[in-house]
Design a protein around this ligand. Sequence first.
Ligand SMILES: CC(C)(COP(=O)(O)OP(=O)(O)OC[C@H]1O[C@@H](n2cnc3c(N)ncnc32)[C@H](O)[C@@H]1OP(=O)(O)O)[C@@H](O)C(=O)NCCC(=O)NCCS
Length: 182
Amino acid sequence: MKCGDDMGVLIGRCRDSEFQVVYEIINDAAQAYEGFIPSDRWKTPYMSREELRMELDEGVVFYGYRWDGELVGVMGIQDLGGVTLIRHAYVRKERQRRGVGGRLLSALREKTVHPILIGTWEDAVWAVRFYEKHGFKLVSSVEKDRLLRRYWNISERQVETSAVLADHKWFEVQKPKKSGGN
Ligand SMILES: CC(C)(COP(=O)(O)OP(=O)(O)OC[C@H]1O[C@@H](n2cnc3c(N)ncnc32)[C@H](O)[C@@H]1OP(=O)(O)O)[C@@H](O)C(=O)NCCC(=O)NCCS
């Protein structure tokens, strides 16, 4: 498949043999968080191999974006029944802001019919902007606490310091149903 610039690019499901490169991309891109997210939440590596393995075991499926044959960006999708989460969006530092994340997000959105929720650090303002550019909207503070506790397996401290964005489908199902009758 070719899209965007003249580079050959392909979006596909990451293979088990790509575990190490997925791990490297996450930890390369996550350096953006240092100095922005609360210091007690930052560590090196940002995500350990064990944590990545756990995410996979919990059903996160990673898709990757290849550029000149090399994996340069990854994004996970987790189907939780009536709701789909987009998890762990990371593009190698030197390939950021060239449309890779946007293409991955669009490809993943096509893989579900359910409302989509995305969690990110509240202080990662660039990430919030990225999702807003793609039509996602921040949910209220009360709602984000409820959603993070219900759908994510994270600490209370992370709940406190995170934001949740949702797509139009999610907001649509939240609207009170019009009562029939008189
Ligand atoms: C967030 C991320 C996945 C987006 O992927 P990407 O390929 O860089 O995004 P795209 O090129 O498709 O879109 C770029 C848009 O995202 C936003 N954005 C991304 N990185 C940004 C940065 N460092 N500063 C400001 N805005 C940024 C902007 O709105 C930008 O649009 P612009 O370039 O016209 O201003 C990627 O930048 C990344 O890995 N960042 C570090 C890790 C991270 O924050 N992950 C989010 C986890 S939920």
